[in-house]
Design a protein around this ligand. Structure first.
Ligand code: ADP
Length: 197
Protein backbone atom coordinates (compact mmCIF):
# COMPACT_ATOMS: atom_id res chain seq x y z
CA UNK A 1 0.00 0.00 0.00
CA UNK A 2 1.65 3.23 -1.13
CA UNK A 3 -0.95 5.80 0.01
CA UNK A 4 -1.80 6.83 3.56
CA UNK A 5 -4.64 9.31 3.27
CA UNK A 6 -7.30 7.03 1.89
CA UNK A 7 -10.57 6.01 3.53
CA UNK A 8 -12.99 3.31 2.43
CA UNK A 9 -16.30 4.92 1.42
CA UNK A 10 -19.26 2.60 1.92
CA UNK A 11 -22.37 2.74 -0.27
CA UNK A 12 -26.02 2.08 0.51
CA UNK A 13 -26.39 -0.91 -1.77
CA UNK A 14 -25.24 -4.21 -0.28
CA UNK A 15 -24.02 -7.35 -1.94
CA UNK A 16 -27.40 -8.93 -1.14
CA UNK A 17 -29.19 -6.03 -2.91
CA UNK A 18 -27.10 -6.62 -6.02
CA UNK A 19 -27.67 -10.37 -5.89
CA UNK A 20 -31.43 -9.77 -5.68
CA UNK A 21 -31.41 -7.68 -8.85
CA UNK A 22 -29.50 -10.38 -10.73
CA UNK A 23 -31.41 -13.29 -9.19
CA UNK A 24 -28.20 -15.12 -8.28
CA UNK A 25 -25.26 -15.07 -5.91
CA UNK A 26 -21.86 -14.08 -7.24
CA UNK A 27 -19.00 -16.55 -7.07
CA UNK A 28 -15.45 -16.96 -8.33
CA UNK A 29 -14.92 -20.25 -10.14
CA UNK A 30 -11.16 -20.67 -10.26
CA UNK A 31 -9.82 -23.27 -12.70
CA UNK A 32 -6.24 -24.35 -12.04
CA UNK A 33 -4.19 -26.96 -13.87
CA UNK A 34 -1.32 -27.48 -16.26
CA UNK A 35 -1.21 -25.79 -19.64
CA UNK A 36 -3.28 -27.96 -21.98
CA UNK A 37 -5.21 -29.60 -19.15
CA UNK A 38 -8.50 -28.19 -20.47
CA UNK A 39 -9.19 -25.08 -18.38
CA UNK A 40 -10.08 -22.74 -21.25
CA UNK A 41 -12.04 -25.37 -23.19
CA UNK A 42 -14.17 -26.18 -20.13
CA UNK A 43 -14.55 -22.50 -19.17
CA UNK A 44 -15.87 -21.55 -22.62
CA UNK A 45 -18.52 -24.29 -22.56
CA UNK A 46 -19.58 -23.58 -18.98
CA UNK A 47 -19.93 -19.87 -19.76
CA UNK A 48 -22.06 -20.65 -22.82
CA UNK A 49 -24.43 -22.90 -20.87
CA UNK A 50 -24.81 -20.53 -17.92
CA UNK A 51 -25.43 -17.58 -20.23
CA UNK A 52 -28.03 -19.56 -22.19
CA UNK A 53 -30.02 -20.23 -19.00
CA UNK A 54 -30.01 -16.55 -18.04
CA UNK A 55 -27.10 -16.36 -15.62
CA UNK A 56 -24.84 -13.32 -15.43
CA UNK A 57 -21.46 -14.89 -16.10
CA UNK A 58 -18.08 -13.59 -17.21
CA UNK A 59 -14.91 -15.42 -18.18
CA UNK A 60 -11.35 -14.30 -17.45
CA UNK A 61 -8.58 -16.23 -19.19
CA UNK A 62 -4.80 -16.31 -18.82
CA UNK A 63 -3.61 -15.06 -22.18
CA UNK A 64 -6.52 -12.65 -22.69
CA UNK A 65 -5.68 -10.74 -19.51
CA UNK A 66 -2.04 -10.50 -20.54
CA UNK A 67 -3.10 -8.61 -23.69
CA UNK A 68 -4.61 -5.83 -21.59
CA UNK A 69 -4.60 -5.28 -17.83
CA UNK A 70 -1.39 -7.27 -17.33
CA UNK A 71 0.44 -6.51 -20.57
CA UNK A 72 3.31 -5.06 -18.52
CA UNK A 73 3.99 -8.38 -16.77
CA UNK A 74 6.22 -11.28 -17.75
CA UNK A 75 6.76 -14.73 -16.29
CA UNK A 76 9.25 -14.19 -13.49
CA UNK A 77 8.11 -15.43 -10.09
CA UNK A 78 7.38 -11.83 -9.04
CA UNK A 79 5.41 -11.03 -12.20
CA UNK A 80 3.42 -14.25 -11.93
CA UNK A 81 2.38 -13.32 -8.40
CA UNK A 82 1.45 -9.78 -9.48
CA UNK A 83 -0.49 -11.24 -12.43
CA UNK A 84 -2.55 -13.38 -10.07
CA UNK A 85 -2.90 -10.58 -7.50
CA UNK A 86 -4.50 -8.23 -10.04
CA UNK A 87 -6.69 -10.98 -11.46
CA UNK A 88 -7.80 -11.93 -7.95
CA UNK A 89 -8.79 -8.31 -7.27
CA UNK A 90 -10.79 -8.15 -10.52
CA UNK A 91 -12.47 -11.48 -9.71
CA UNK A 92 -13.39 -10.24 -6.22
CA UNK A 93 -14.96 -7.06 -7.64
CA UNK A 94 -16.96 -8.97 -10.26
CA UNK A 95 -18.09 -11.46 -7.62
CA UNK A 96 -19.16 -8.62 -5.34
CA UNK A 97 -21.08 -7.14 -8.28
CA UNK A 98 -23.01 -10.43 -8.43
CA UNK A 99 -21.40 -12.16 -11.37
CA UNK A 100 -20.36 -15.78 -11.76
CA UNK A 101 -16.72 -15.29 -12.69
CA UNK A 102 -14.96 -18.13 -14.43
CA UNK A 103 -11.22 -17.65 -14.13
CA UNK A 104 -8.82 -19.99 -15.92
CA UNK A 105 -5.22 -19.54 -14.89
CA UNK A 106 -2.52 -22.16 -14.43
CA UNK A 107 -1.86 -20.56 -11.00
CA UNK A 108 0.79 -23.17 -10.18
CA UNK A 109 1.48 -22.22 -6.55
CA UNK A 110 -0.89 -22.94 -3.68
CA UNK A 111 -0.23 -19.45 -2.30
CA UNK A 112 -1.66 -17.92 -5.51
CA UNK A 113 -4.92 -19.87 -5.20
CA UNK A 114 -5.04 -19.07 -1.50
CA UNK A 115 -4.72 -15.35 -2.28
CA UNK A 116 -7.53 -15.52 -4.84
CA UNK A 117 -9.80 -17.29 -2.34
CA UNK A 118 -9.01 -14.76 0.41
CA UNK A 119 -9.74 -11.76 -1.81
CA UNK A 120 -13.15 -13.08 -2.77
CA UNK A 121 -13.82 -13.73 0.92
CA UNK A 122 -14.30 -17.44 0.40
CA UNK A 123 -17.03 -17.04 -2.26
CA UNK A 124 -14.82 -19.23 -4.33
CA UNK A 125 -14.85 -22.63 -5.99
CA UNK A 126 -11.39 -24.06 -6.58
CA UNK A 127 -11.55 -26.37 -9.59
CA UNK A 128 -8.61 -28.65 -10.19
CA UNK A 129 -8.49 -29.54 -13.89
CA UNK A 130 -6.45 -32.67 -13.49
CA UNK A 131 -4.47 -34.07 -16.40
CA UNK A 132 -1.05 -35.63 -16.25
CA UNK A 133 1.80 -33.86 -17.95
CA UNK A 134 2.32 -36.65 -20.52
CA UNK A 135 -1.21 -36.14 -21.83
CA UNK A 136 -0.75 -32.36 -21.88
CA UNK A 137 2.45 -32.84 -23.89
CA UNK A 138 0.56 -35.04 -26.36
CA UNK A 139 -2.28 -32.50 -26.68
CA UNK A 140 -0.01 -29.45 -26.78
CA UNK A 141 -2.84 -27.24 -28.16
CA UNK A 142 -0.65 -24.14 -28.42
CA UNK A 143 2.64 -25.86 -29.30
CA UNK A 144 4.17 -24.58 -26.06
CA UNK A 145 5.40 -27.91 -24.69
CA UNK A 146 7.34 -28.49 -27.90
CA UNK A 147 9.17 -25.22 -27.29
CA UNK A 148 9.57 -25.78 -23.54
CA UNK A 149 11.03 -29.27 -24.03
CA UNK A 150 13.83 -27.90 -26.23
CA UNK A 151 14.43 -25.02 -23.81
CA UNK A 152 12.96 -22.30 -26.03
CA UNK A 153 10.57 -21.34 -23.22
CA UNK A 154 12.17 -21.09 -19.80
CA UNK A 155 10.37 -21.83 -16.53
CA UNK A 156 7.46 -23.61 -18.17
CA UNK A 157 5.05 -25.11 -15.63
CA UNK A 158 5.23 -28.90 -15.55
CA UNK A 159 8.50 -29.01 -17.48
CA UNK A 160 10.98 -26.58 -15.95
CA UNK A 161 8.83 -24.93 -13.27
CA UNK A 162 6.80 -26.66 -10.56
CA UNK A 163 3.04 -27.13 -10.35
CA UNK A 164 1.74 -27.62 -6.82
CA UNK A 165 -1.31 -29.86 -7.01
CA UNK A 166 -4.31 -28.51 -5.07
CA UNK A 167 -4.56 -30.38 -1.78
CA UNK A 168 -8.19 -29.75 -1.10
CA UNK A 169 -9.97 -28.51 -4.24
CA UNK A 170 -13.73 -27.95 -4.12
CA UNK A 171 -14.07 -30.04 -7.25
CA UNK A 172 -11.68 -32.07 -9.41
CA UNK A 173 -12.32 -32.56 -13.12
CA UNK A 174 -10.23 -35.40 -14.48
CA UNK A 175 -10.06 -34.73 -18.20
CA UNK A 176 -8.46 -38.11 -18.88
CA UNK A 177 -11.20 -40.28 -17.42
CA UNK A 178 -14.10 -37.89 -18.18
CA UNK A 179 -15.24 -36.42 -21.50
CA UNK A 180 -15.47 -32.67 -22.02
CA UNK A 181 -19.26 -32.85 -21.72
CA UNK A 182 -19.04 -34.74 -18.43
CA UNK A 183 -16.59 -32.19 -16.99
CA UNK A 184 -18.79 -29.31 -18.10
CA UNK A 185 -21.93 -30.90 -16.69
CA UNK A 186 -20.28 -31.55 -13.31
CA UNK A 187 -19.06 -28.00 -13.03
CA UNK A 188 -22.34 -26.36 -14.12
CA UNK A 189 -24.15 -28.43 -11.47
CA UNK A 190 -21.72 -27.33 -8.76
CA UNK A 191 -21.99 -23.66 -9.77
CA UNK A 192 -25.78 -23.73 -9.75
CA UNK A 193 -25.91 -25.17 -6.23
CA UNK A 194 -23.69 -22.38 -4.94
CA UNK A 195 -25.24 -19.42 -6.81
CA UNK A 196 -28.94 -20.10 -6.45
CA UNK A 197 -30.66 -17.53 -4.23
P1 ADP B 1 -5.64 -24.94 -20.91
O1 ADP B 1 -6.62 -23.81 -20.98
O2 ADP B 1 -5.72 -25.70 -19.62
O3 ADP B 1 -4.24 -24.54 -21.25
P2 ADP B 1 -6.94 -25.81 -23.32
O4 ADP B 1 -8.39 -25.80 -22.94
O5 ADP B 1 -6.40 -24.67 -24.14
O6 ADP B 1 -6.06 -26.04 -22.01
O7 ADP B 1 -6.61 -27.15 -24.13
C1 ADP B 1 -7.04 -28.42 -23.69
C2 ADP B 1 -7.07 -29.39 -24.89
O8 ADP B 1 -7.48 -30.68 -24.41
C3 ADP B 1 -8.06 -28.98 -25.96
O9 ADP B 1 -7.51 -29.25 -27.22
C4 ADP B 1 -9.26 -29.90 -25.66
O10 ADP B 1 -10.02 -30.16 -26.82
C5 ADP B 1 -8.58 -31.17 -25.16
N1 ADP B 1 -9.40 -32.02 -24.28
C6 ADP B 1 -9.50 -33.37 -24.38
N2 ADP B 1 -10.32 -33.90 -23.45
C7 ADP B 1 -10.77 -32.85 -22.71
C8 ADP B 1 -11.65 -32.73 -21.58
N3 ADP B 1 -12.25 -33.80 -21.02
N4 ADP B 1 -11.87 -31.50 -21.06
C9 ADP B 1 -11.26 -30.42 -21.60
N5 ADP B 1 -10.42 -30.45 -22.66
C10 ADP B 1 -10.17 -31.66 -23.24
Amino acid sequence: MKCNNITYHSGKVTEQDRFKVLGQKGVVVWLTGLSGSGKSTIAVEVEKILNSIGKAVYRLDGDNIRFGLNSDLGFTEEDRMENIRRISEVCALFQDAGLIVIASFISPMAKMRHMAREKSKGKFIEVYVKTNVETCIKRDPKGLYKKALVGEIKEFTGISAPYEEPENPDITLDTESSTLNECVEQLVKKILTVTTL
